[in-house]
Design a protein around this ligand. Structure first.
Ligand SMILES: Cc1cc2nc3c(=O)[nH]c(=O)nc-3n(C[C@H](O)[C@H](O)[C@H](O)COP(=O)(O)OP(=O)(O)OC[C@H]3O[C@@H](n4cnc5c(N)ncnc54)[C@H](O)[C@@H]3O)c2cc1C
Length: 354
């Protein structure tokens, strides 16, 4: 029996294709948000022609630098508490569903046991956004407390997952193209230049700052070291933004730092030294691990994250940007919301912001 969702989608598809023939959709952005939106839109409207326009794809995006752990910060924020929670929940279920497929490893998804420790602050070991979602989220035992540096008083352990964009993005891009979509390397200067599209998704990450003249969008600089350390099996978080996140092929991401409103994309040797020193306090053998790369990225921070429809210069635009340090984790939930707004916008004759 067909589900109600598929009947509704079918009806919508028929109505929309009657209105537009083949709707012409542009997605600005080839990072985790844009690529997820493009694929989910194709899922919903199979006859749409989806074109992803991006200055950079795959390994040149911020998304590619991220370890991709599912651990949204407690300050991650949508327009309301309910919407924030829905985005987080939908994202978790999206990644969980992928984790359960035989292709999970190829898509870059893996389960991950994670510790958060603190010397001073109990509250940083709690996370109201995810505690009810995870199959395990508990205080650490006295024995586990010994895994952290001397003086550590508080800790939690939880079972989460991570999504590596190095695999996820090419996997999704391939599906988009197989379905007739296109990936075009191009900088979009303004929305008016996209007037030939029926609908545009703005998933430009930090690039949205210039496209929308959005002063609420601020870079938060991050730096990480990627090392080969296959013996690390769990993630560790400590005070002063310290983290150790193992991934596929024995590659471990060591971090980190947060430079508010910094546009500096150069590797800083002082940050690197500090990261290595702090991570080695947890696992001393990391000092001898082979360094594969130093990476720097600018997190596109906005509070709240913007998922909104707007008519700009006669072009129907749905924004989906500003995910800060949580964009890999939360891309799916916000993408589901953006796609729904896009489908409604496509059908409507609206001349104002929805
Ligand atoms: C060091 C570091 C570690 C991180 N770790 C994690 C983590 O573990 N978990 C997590 O969930 N998140 C993490 N993040 C955050 C995550 O990387 C971001 O939230 C996420 O990548 C944002 O995705 P995005 O698609 O919005 O942006 P991006 O990946 O930056 O993609 C933006 C896209 O838009 C394109 N673009 C921009 N302007 C234009 C234009 N005018 N015309 C055409 N194309 C344009 C770009 O070329 C690019 O393709 C981390 C970030 C950093 C820096």
């Amino acid at each position: 029996m067909k589900s109600m969702q598929s009947i509704v989608t079918k009806c919508l598809e028929t109505t929309t294709s009657k209105m537009y023939g083949q709707p012409n959709i542009a997605v600005i952005g080839g990072g985790v948000v844009g690529i997820t939106v493009a694929k989910l839109f194709q899922d919903q409207l199979k006859n749409a022609k989806v074109t992803v326009l991006a200055e950079q794809f795959t390994e040149d995006t911020t998304s590619h630098i991220a370890a991709g752990i599912f651990k949204p910060g407690t300050s991650f924020k949508g327009p309301t508490k309910e919407i924030t929670k829905k985005w987080v929940n939908d994202s978790w279920h999206y990644w969980q569903d992928m984790l359960k497929t035989p292709d999970a490893e190829q898509i870059g998804i893996m389960p991950l046991g994670t510790y958060i420790f603190s010397k001073e602050n109990y509250h940083v070991t709690r996370n109201y956004l995810i505690e009810d979602l995870m199959p395990i989220y508990r205080p650490v035992t006295d024995e586990e407390l010994k895994l952290a540096p001397v003086g550590t008083k508080f800790g939690s352990y939880f079972l989460t997952l991570k999504a590596e964009c190095g695999r996820y993005l090419p996997w999704m891009e391939k599906i988009i193209v197989q379905r007739g979509g296109e990936l075009v390397k191009r900088k979009v200067e303004n929305f008016a230049s996209l007037s030939n599209y029926d609908l545009v998704f703005n998933c430009a990450g930090l690039g949205a700052k210039y496209l929308c003249d959005d002063h609420d969008l601020v870079p938060i600089r991050g730096q990480v070291i990627k090392v080969k350390a296959p013996w690390v099996k769990s993630s560790f978080y400590g005070d002063t933004d310290t983290y150790i996140i193992p991934g596929l092929n024995g590659v471990v991401t060591l971090g980190g730092c947060r430079g508010y409103a910094s546009y500096n994309l150069n590797n800083c040797k002082y940050d690197a030294a500090s990261i290595m020193e702090r991570c080695s306090e947890f696992i001393p053998s990391l000092k001898d691990a082979e360094v594969i790369a130093h990476k720097v990225g600018l997190r596109p921070h906005r509070s709240p994250v913007r998922v909104e429809a707007e008519l700009i210069d006669g072009v129907k635009v749905v924004h989906c940007y500003g995910h800060g340090g949580d964009g890999v984790a939360t891309a799916p939930g916000t993408a589901i919301d953006a796609v729904e707004k896009g489908l409604n916008f496509l059908r409507s004759n609206t001349r104002n912001k929805l």
